[in-house]
Design a protein around this ligand. Structure first.
Ligand code: PLP
Length: 244
């Protein structure tokens, strides 16, 4: 029985990804973007490794992990050849050590303290961690991320760390009822990204803009996203709630 249920779920992932790839390709053409400047991330929270591996078989090369504990549980079971893993959730400093050798990027850096902890750990590993700075573009009290106005200052501080390489920005915009509202936040993010890039700050490489989730990824692509992070659109509704 269980296997049959998994078979249905696997087929749904194949169908979903085919539809998503078509929509993304159409949007890329409409927006005058290039397909090779865009990555589709599969966000794996609550999804069994066996199902995640179906997305990888279908061509997904980037996974997004929210929780250190869940990553550790599933890590061995992922088909990891040619797949990168990015950490996208709130990262407690005491969890840094457990994930530092398993992910290629931490997208959710929003404090100097966390950057310092990552730097220390990467020094021990004799390596460098790529990061994005997470921006709280809607200025919501409940959300992680640095306020837009403080982004440049934090980037400047982090850029002095030897074992960290800043690659760009990430955001989770406020929940919006209308697509125009969410596009407004994406446009603000893109403008911030472009403005910072133009400053050519030392040790800061503004090449990645991670924004857009299942409900709004086409808008995000239109506004300049280089990574869209998709959970439910690929894997279906999550069967248990998660704290993100
Ligand atoms: C869960 C999550 C996503 C994906 O959300 P969906 O709406 O399921 O696509 C993207 N980014 C972050 C940071 C998340 O926690």
């Amino acid at each position: 029985m269980r296997e049959n249920l998994f078979d249905d779920r696997k087929q749904a992932v194949r169908d979903n990804l085919q539809r998503i790839m078509e929509q993304v390709n159409n949007e890329v053409v409409k927006s005058n973007r290039k397909i090779d400047e865009l990555q589709i991330m599969a966000v794996t929270k609550t999804v069994p490794a066996e199902i995640v591996n179906v997305a990888i078989e279908q061509g997904i090369t980037l996974l997004g992990e929210n929780r250190a504990q869940e990553l550790l549980e599933k890590y061995q079971a992922y088909s990891k050849d040619d797949v990168a893993i990015h950490f996208i959730g709130h990262l407690q400093t005491n969890k840094v050590k457990s994930i530092a050798d398993k992910v290629q990027m931490v997208e959710s850096v929003d404090s100097l303290k966390l950057a310092h902890e990552l730097d220390k750990e990467m020094e021990k590993l004799g390596s460098v961690m790529d990061i994005l700075v997470e921006v709280n573009i809607g200025g919501e009290a409940s959300k992680s991320g640095i306020p837009k106005e403080q982004t440049e200052e934090l980037l400047g501080q982090i850029s002095t760390l030897q074992h960290i390489k800043i690659k760009g920005l990430m955001t989770i915009p406020p929940i919006c009822e209308k697509k125009e509202q969410v596009s407004h936040y994406f446009e603000q993010m893109h403008q911030l990204f472009v403005d910072i890039k133009a400053k050519n700050m030392d040790n800061i490489d503004m090449s990645v803009l991670s924004m857009g989730m299942s409900g709004d990824y086409l808008e995000a692509i239109r506004c300049g996203a280089t990574i869209v992070r998709l959970g439910t659109a690929i894997f279906g509704k999550r069967d248990r709630p998660v704290n993100v």
